[in-house]
Ligand binder design. Structure first.
Ligand code: SF4
Ligand code: SF4
Length: 449
């Protein structure tokens, strides 16, 4: 039997409405009819592109890829051209090129269309097909990740972590473990039976309700982050409810161009989550970016309505304060996930969460706003480039003075990629989700005499 730690204290008042970070392609906004058309080839985006910085090749830059996507679109070069496919496949999809573009090029939308075109013509390479096939079926990914969690608990993954391909994979698994993991597998939120949803809010309880989006990797390898999410939200005046019937968000499939699979998964989530709560919360930046884009993906009003309710956990916590807990004397570096800062345009909320922890010394290291090379399954498919992109981040952490004890970031892929890089480099900096730090602060507050 698992126990879930709750910090005491009553919550006073209803948290204010969280400011909504405007998703760049919200369905109600005018959709970009030709997302790449505004490009004037100025090159301002080049220094923001991690793959261009790694190779120095124009074809690995946003400007170069826009030219490739254009010729593909016009049929001047076909999807059978291996060089074109190589350079488009090497794009991380991090969208670091969007905020620096003075012309407002919607690069992510253009990439999405190009990858769908390539997928229709070529399908996927066998490794990508196998990995995405697993994420498509809960009957596959749940036992697989559950077994991985059991293996992780033995400590063997941590012992074998290193710089080679196997060692790095072991490091990724080891890095997914919580620091104070005591209660894997807990689920403390209230369950809402389908029939009872409309009456789910008690007349005496006017707290905003929040349905936790469980996801796949987060629901297996990162349950400690779900636990921290529930506890910190409850402590800040929200009522967290559990909703059955959810599955993987589909972001990995969408990024690979397999739109049919992404749509199928999204439909299941919309059916499960629609009309369940005031908000749908996610603690995974990658999932959040696609959940907020479900209106565009499914092109229907129910999905658009659900997408409007999606918030990153940091947005809800920041709107509520959040409350301060006990002091944690820690040097912490924050690393901004691409799908939180560029795709969701959420910048300040995670910093507000960390600044709510008294004593915590927050650092923003050089390159904290640049991709770590994880990018969904990119690090599995393109390990060489993924490691080259990660190297700059590990160098910045190595050079930091003081060296952070914790690297905080709000996405499972980033936590695993950076965590594995730290283990491979032999650094004692560890990774954690920002809500974990707030949770530790609240827990320390409760245990204070
Ligand atoms: S994408 Fe934007 S920043 Fe990059 S070359 Fe085109 S117009 Fe310039
Ligand atoms: S999405 Fe990222 S990797 Fe791809 S072109 Fe833009 S900045 Fe470069």
């Amino acid at each position: 039997m698992t126990t879930v730690r709750r910090y005491g204290g009553t919550t006073v008042g209803r948290p204010p409405e969280p400011a909504t970070a405007v998703p760049p392609y919200r369905r109600t906004a005018e959709p970009p009819s030709d997302p790449l058309q505004p490009c004037v080839h100025c090159g301002f985006c080049l220094p923001a592109c991690p793959t261009y910085l790694a190779t120095g090749d124009e074809s690995d830059s946003p400007r170069g890829r826009i030219v490739l996507m254009r010729v593909l679109e016009r049929g001047e070069i076909g999807p059978e051209d291996d060089a074109l496919v190589h350079h488009l496949d090497a794009c991380l999809g991090c969208r670091g090129c969007e905020p620096v573009c003075p012309s407002g090029v919607a690069y992510g939308r253009g990439l999405e269309a190009a990858r769908e075109r390539l997928y229709q013509a070529r399908g996927l390479p066998p490794l990508a097909r196998a990995v995405l096939g697993v994420f498509r079926h809960q009957s596959l990914w749940r036992p697989l990740f559950t077994a991985a969690r059991a293996f992780r608990a033995t400590g063997v993954a941590r012992a074998l972590a290193g710089g080679g391909r196997v060692g790095f994979g072991m490091g990724m698994l080891a890095a997914s473990r919580g620091h104070h993991e005591r209660s894997e597998g807990s689920a403390s939120g209230e369950k809402i039976p389908r029939a009872a949803r409309d009456d789910s809010r008690s007349a005496r309880d006017d707290r905003p309700t929040v349905a936790l989006f469980r996801g796949c990797v987060m629901d297996t390898l990162f349950r400690h982050v779900h636990d921290a999410t529930r506890r910190t939200l409850e402590h800040n005046g929200y009522r967290v409810v559990e909703v059955d019937g959810q599955t993987c968000c589909g972001a990995l499939h969408e990024h690979a161009g397999d739109r049919d699979a992404a749509v199928a998964l999204a439909r299941r989530n919309v059916a499960a989550l629609a009309d369940t709560a005031d908000y749908v919360v996610t603690n995974s930046a990658g999932c959040g970016a696609l959940l907020k884009d479900y209106g565009h993906l499914l092109d229907d009003d129910v999905a658009a309505g659900l997408a409007e309710k999606v918030r990153d956990v940091s947005e809800l916590l920041a709107a509520a304060g959040p409350k301060a807990g006990a002091s944690l004397e820690l040097d912490v570096a924050y690393d901004a996930p691409c799908h939180l800062q560029h795709a969701q345009r959420v910048h300040e909320a995670p910093l507000a969460v960390l600044r709510a922890v008294p004593g915590l010394r927050l650092q923003l290291l050089p390159g904290h706003d640049r991709c770590c090379g994880s990018a969904g399954i990119y690090s599995v498919l393109n390990p060489g480039m993924a490691r080259a992109v990660l190297a700059a981040k590990i160098e910045a952490i190595t050079a930091a003075d003081p060296r952070p004890a914790i690297l905080a970031t709000g996405n499972p892929g980033c936590l695993m990629q950076i965590g594995a890089g730290l283990l491979a480099a032999g650094l004692d900096t560890r990774v954690a989700h920002p809500v974990e730090l707030l949770d530790w602060s609240y827990a320390a507050d409760v245990s204070r005499p």
